[in-house]
Write a protein that binds this ligand. Sequence first.
Ligand SMILES: NC(=O)c1ccc[n+]([C@@H]2O[C@H](COP(=O)([O-])OP(=O)(O)OC[C@H]3O[C@@H](n4cnc5c(N)ncnc54)[C@H](O)[C@@H]3O)[C@@H](O)[C@H]2O)c1
Length: 249
Amino acid sequence: MRLQGRSAIITGAGSGIGRATAKLFAEEGARLALVDRDAAGLQETLSLIGEATTHVGDVGNAKFAEAVVGEVVGRHGRLDILMTAAGFSCGGTILTTDPADWDAVFRTNVGGTWLWARAAVPQMQQQKSGSIITLASQLAIAGGKGNSAYIAAKGAIVSLTRTMAVDFAADGIRVNAIAPGAIDTPMLHRSFARHANADEVREASRNRHAMKRFGQAEEIAQAALHLASNASSFTTGTVMVVDGGWLAA
Ligand SMILES: NC(=O)c1ccc[n+]([C@@H]2O[C@H](COP(=O)([O-])OP(=O)(O)OC[C@H]3O[C@@H](n4cnc5c(N)ncnc54)[C@H](O)[C@@H]3O)[C@@H](O)[C@H]2O)c1
């Protein structure tokens, strides 16, 4: 087992990529704290993996992040892995995005990355080890249509990931981002549903990948496992693209 006894926090664990990662990390022996604002989603994830703690709240709340990290360290004595998978998108160009929606997208995606890293890093510094895995997107590199707040937020996450990697490398902390292509999760289906011609948009997105299919959440979980485990001991400050050839095509 590649994560035997490791203490891990996963945000966004109530659905999609966070849930699939929680399942895989549990199979690999990790002790998990699952975070999401969706209590029912967290319970469903818990039912798949058996044992874990669940923490319901908004990842954009600094006090919530500090409380969960404190509880996890109190329980396990350490924190080895932080994966910040909570995220959402509202769609829209800069002209059609309401400022309140823009703020909410940044609060969850960027705030949900930096506030959790901010809470976790002091413990990881004490241990002289830790792996932080953030969620970017292939769109942060490629750009994309009608999704300005989300794409800007994912770009910020890429930059934040690199800067944290540099700031904390001497502490034995590795920080890496995953940039998925379009992954078959509720988020993806919500984003298609925003379009009047949803079927057309879905097919165009599918065909934009060199592999002509969507990714599965489990395929992103495998990338997260690599970044969480010792297999990636010389990897930090990088963006691991797992996109079925979207960027190459
Ligand atoms: N699905 C894709 O195509 C895709 C592609 C690239 C990147 N991503 C990123 O991967 C991550 C996971 O996405 P997913 O596809 O699994 O989405 P999802 O909607 O299936 O899961 C996201 C989870 O985050 C939770 N969440 C959202 N905002 C929150 C908040 N403020 N506080 C607490 N929890 C919150 C939701 O309740 C949900 O359970 C996101 O960061 C997303 O941007 C997804």
